[in-house]
Design a binder for this molecule. Structure first.
Ligand SMILES: Cc1ncc(C[n+]2csc(CCOP(=O)(O)OP(=O)(O)O)c2C)c(N)n1
Ligand SMILES: [Mg+2]
Length: 579
């Protein structure tokens, strides 16, 4: 086209003289302005071009095989970085697939934003049967911290800002952002569009605890004869590792770390009561919870687990409603973990009296006794392996490579790994979290590798792995340094159940002698079949040294596990069940 004709076209259509932008670009610009570097995604109508354009504009867009895994990746990215992880999905079914991850993120207090495309509002609201019709906003609302829909391109900037602030401020959680298809192609003046964007200032403001609450907490702590501190993943999320270490060491109090808090202080720390859990829960007289909730994982703060000795609870949490959720909290401290722990530390001064020496001595004696009892079981080289032998090998690998990220899901595979594998650095253990949900494995593995650049070891029950297993292709496609170890005991809990009525296999058993390692080979990764702890150890070390995507099929005795791992007591019992 000649210059003259271009000029003439523009004259006939004055809109072309202005620079224009559209919904697609405003979403991308708003995310970039707020430091979003990665989007976890599955393409399709109406967001395929949004993903493409985001990639073209320099955002890393990781394309998954299922939205639940993309959502889990976004959630754990949020946990690791304190910035909301972004998951981008298509409408209705894609949205619902991502929603499980959003709900799980909210339950675990991970900041995440699920952005889903949606169908034509007018048709959806009249229920006239649009392509992938669904009132997504209404469905998302009860399952997340906040949910927003944007109808005008000029509102995209403020909507993204609100979503970010809602996700990370106060107690973090999931946020849903609904983008109808029409919005993405809406056009507006580029300059006005740029002016409409909002960079969120101080997205998670410090929340300073009241001095009186700090004094009350310290008075209770000082009065204790057998104090205990419990660190939860909220404490790990806060990234104030050094302040927490100073607080623990100045206080002289033994501590327990909840599953994902393991490694906040090394599990081998002199004050760690990890291997004396049941003793300290029963015998402590004052318990200080830091970023840990008194939910089912701590038996709601009452009952047999906590023994008969009267107890006082101090709780530090950013969410005031957490206090007294299950039992009375005598010293609630509301604020962000960093501000609260700093204030406690300042209030303790330099002459803080450590708890009576006989308490720490009792804890240490019990802990060391339990560790010594366990040691020989971890050194067995049985084939097929039992859980202890296999985990003994992995324990060594983690000890030698403390900055590696460990992902863990399953039942026996989870509960035993949690107890056996010591962690040495904060935020290195990522697992099933508050819900005990299966299916986080590969999503977490992908995001952990991408967000941290560290090698990832995913220790997976064979059932647990199945929930997200197709993402081994994603791991190979992006060539991520992920080593998956599948504890293959041919089933859920065990591989030995028998159906008492008919020829179908029992509900908890899988195909015997299956070879998950072949799945990895199908996509160009390395597959290994390991039948002894020694073989397993060698294979994991080789995988991590090479940085190549690797899947190790660890052959575990099908009879080795127990029903539901360590939480079999939660199963309801039938009085009429035939034995
Ligand atoms: C989404 C979801 N579905 C089902 C369950 C119930 N569940 C708990 S553990 C588990 C699998 C346990 O088997 P496996 O991963 O092989 O571990 P193992 O005990 O055999 O080591 C299942 C299905 C769950 N926790 N989450
Ligand atoms: Mg299993």
């Amino acid at each position: 086209m000649s210059e003259a004709s271009t000029h003439m076209d523009a004259a006939q259509n004055p809109a072309e003289e202005r620079e224009l932008t559209d919904g697609f670009h405003l979403v991308i610009d708003a995310l970039k302005l707020n430091g979003v570097e990665t989007i976890y995604h599955v393409p399709g109508i109406p967001v395929t071009d949004l993903g493409r354009m985001a990639q073209a504009e320099g955002i890393r867009v990781i394309s998954f095989r299922h939205e639940q895994n993309a959502g889990n990746a976004a959630a754990i990215a949020g946990y690791l970085t304190q910035k909301p992880g972004i998951c981008l999905t298509v409408s209705a079914p894609g949205f619902l697939n991502g929603l499980t991850a959003l709900a799980n993120a909210t339950t675990n207090c991970f900041p995440m934003i699920l952005i889903s495309g949606s169908s034509e509002r007018e048709i959806v609201d009249l229920q006239q049967g649009d392509y992938e019709e669904m009132d997504q906003l209404a469905i998302a609302k009860p399952l997340c911290k906040a949910a927003f829909r944007v109808l005008h391109a000029a509102d995209i900037g403020i909507a993204v800002a609100r979503a970010i602030r809602a996700a990370v401020s106060g107690r973090p959680g999931g946020v849903y952002l609904d983008l109808p298809a029409k919005l993405l192609s809406q056009v507006m003046d580029a300059e006005k569009g740029a002016q409409s964007l909002v960079k969120v200032i101080d997205p998670a403001p410090a929340q300073i605890p009241a001095p009186s609450a700090i004094k009350r907490a310290l008075d209770v702590l000082a009065s204790a004869k057998r104090p205990l501190v419990i660190l939860g993943k909220g404490a790990a999320y806060a990234q104030v590792d050094e302040t927490i270490r100073q607080f623990i060491e100045t206080s002289g109090v033994p501590f327990l770390q909840m599953s994902m808090a393991k490694g906040l202080l090394p599990d081998t720390h002199a004050q760690s009561a990890g291997a004396a859990r049941s003793t300290v829960l029963k015998d402590a007289d004052v318990v200080m919870l830091i970023g840990a909730r008194l939910n089912w994982l701590l038996s709601h703060g009452k009952g047999k687990t906590w023994g008969d000795a009267p107890k006082k609870f101090i709780q530090i949490d950013i969410e005031p409603k957490e206090m007294d959720s299950n039992i009375e909290i005598v010293a609630p401290v509301v604020g962000d973990i960093g501000s609260c722990v700093s204030a406690l530390l300042a209030g303790m001064g330099s002459n803080w009296a450590k708890p009576p020496a006989d308490w720490m001595a009792t804890v240490v004696a019990k802990r060391d006794e339990n560790i010594a009892k366990m040691a020989p079981r971890l050194r067995n080289n049985n084939s097929p392996m039992d859980f202890h032998g296999a985990l003994g090998a992995l324990r060594t690998v983690v000890k030698e490579r403390p900055d590696m990220i460990l992902i863990n899901e399953g039942a026996n595979t989870l509960d035993l790994a949690r107890g056996i594998i010591d962690m040495y650095q904060p935020r290195k253990r990522l697992d099933v979290g508050t819900w005990g949900v299966m299916g986080i494995g590969m999503g977490y593995a992908v995001a952990a590798a991408i967000e941290t650049g560290k090698p990832v070891l995913a220790v997976e029950g064979d059932s647990a792995f199945g929930f997200s297993g197709m993402e081994v292709e994603t791991i190979c496609r992006y060539n991520l340094p992920v080593c998956i170890v599948i504890f293959n005991n041919s089933g859920i809990y065990r591989g030995t159940d028998i159906n008492s009525n008919g020829s179908d296999p029992a509900t908890t058993v899988f195909v015997r002698d299956s070879r998950y390692d072949k799945m990895m080979e199908a996509f160009g990764g390395v597959g290994v079949n390991a039948t002894s702890p020694d073989e397993l150890l060698r294979a994991v070390n080789a995988a991590i040294d090479s940085g190549k995507p690797t899947l190790i099929n660890a052959v575990i005795d099908p009879a080795a596990g127990t029903e539901s791992g360590r939480i079999g007591n939660l199963n309801p019992q039938s009085v009429v069940k035939k034995k």
